[in-house]
Design a protein around this ligand. Structure first.
Ligand code: SF4
Ligand code: ZN
Length: 302
């Protein structure tokens, strides 16, 4: 038996599965995330959240395939890929794999060194770009990610604390398609991390334990712990914070002054600058690699 404090309900193994699946189904319906005939691409990482999402969408009868982005993190990326392959077989769905190295000529860790930035500072942008590009080229209408209530509320807290108005405007479980972008949805947005963990256990989903080894010290972890402390004192706050924000958002941003996007002059991806952030990153990484190769060729110290 597991007790979910925010819903004041105790559930057995079988009921947990039904409970979570129903919540996801209701989220999909309420926020018009997707419909049964659409082709959906799930961003899978090998962690519990994305694998739970893939299984739930399949159980609910959606046409959902998986896409794994290999970041080239030693050991971690290989193990993560194996977990994704395993569930793809179980669900009998197609699974794609894309390597970061095919774009940049090197892995995430080296890009971070070249950029002199933390990997998380640009990893999200890179993954969003690749997911969007592959979804379009493979004919998918929707990209689904495993972001859950804890992710969403910690991002919301950060956006409010820093008054990131543009991020707040776009935050939500459904980011509609527009020129150059497929629709991006978060069907687990109203399920807490605990609920997803219980679902993964009840369904015996084999997943990578713990988070990405490069995530240490991320600010999102701090925001999550704050939100969880509030939830501990006042169960139900997390869900209320997020749902009420989604309701209020409609009124606050009614004027809909969204940023003007234009296609990247290099790859066509929508951007506010002439060349998009992804193409600029590729340029920087490749120039540094070339410089490094020239120096070592002439016997200089790199
Ligand atoms: Fe990327 Fe950071 Fe997430 Fe690791 S923790 S996958 S580096 S965003
Ligand atoms: Zn570009």
């Amino acid at each position: 038996m597991v007790f979910f404090r925010s819903h004041r309900i105790a559930l057995c193994k079988d009921c947990i599965k039904t409970f979570v699946e129903r919540r996801v189904e209701r989220t999909i319906r309420s926020y018009k995330l997707m419909s049964k005939g659409e082709r959906i691409l799930v961003a899978v990482s090998g962690g519990k959240d994305s694998l739970v999402l893939w299984q739930i969408l399949t159980n609910l009868g959606y046409e959902a395939d998986g896409m794994f982005i290999d970041l080239g993190i030693p050991e971690f990326s290989e193990v993560s890929w194996e977990k994704c392959e395993k569930i793809a077989q179980k669900l009998s769905r197609k699974l794609f794999k894309v390597k970061l190295e095919d774009y940049f000529g090197t892995n995430l860790i080296n890009i971070a060194k070249i950029e002199r930035r933390e990997p998380c500072a640009f990893c999200g942008m890179v993954k969003r770009y690749i997911m969007n590009q592959r979804a379009i080229s493979e004919g998918y209408q929707v990209v689904a990610t495993g972001h859950h209530l804890d992710d969403e509320t910690s991002v919301l807290l950060g956006n409010v604390l820093n008054w990131q108005v543009d991020y707040l405007r776009r935050q939500g479980p459904n980011l509609e398609e527009s020129d150059g972008f497929v629709r991006k949805v978060k069907p687990l947005a109203l399920c807490s991390e605990d609920e997803i963990k219980s679902y993964a256990e009840a369904s015996e989903i084999d997943h990578v334990e713990g988070s990405c080894p490069l995530s240490k010290g991320a600010t999102s972890h701090f925001y999550k712990s704050i939100i969880n402390q509030i939830e501990e004192r006042m169960p139900g706050t997390k869900l209320r914070f997020y749902k009420e924000f989604l309701k209020a958002k409609k009124e606050i941003f009614m004027e809909n002054k969204s940023v003007k996007l234009m296609p990247c002059s290099r790859c066509g991806y929508p951007t506010t600058a002439g060349i998009c952030a992804f193409c600029r990153l590729i340029d920087r990484v490749k120039t540094r690699i070339q410089l490094f190769q020239e120096r070592t060729q002439f016997g200089e110290e790199p």
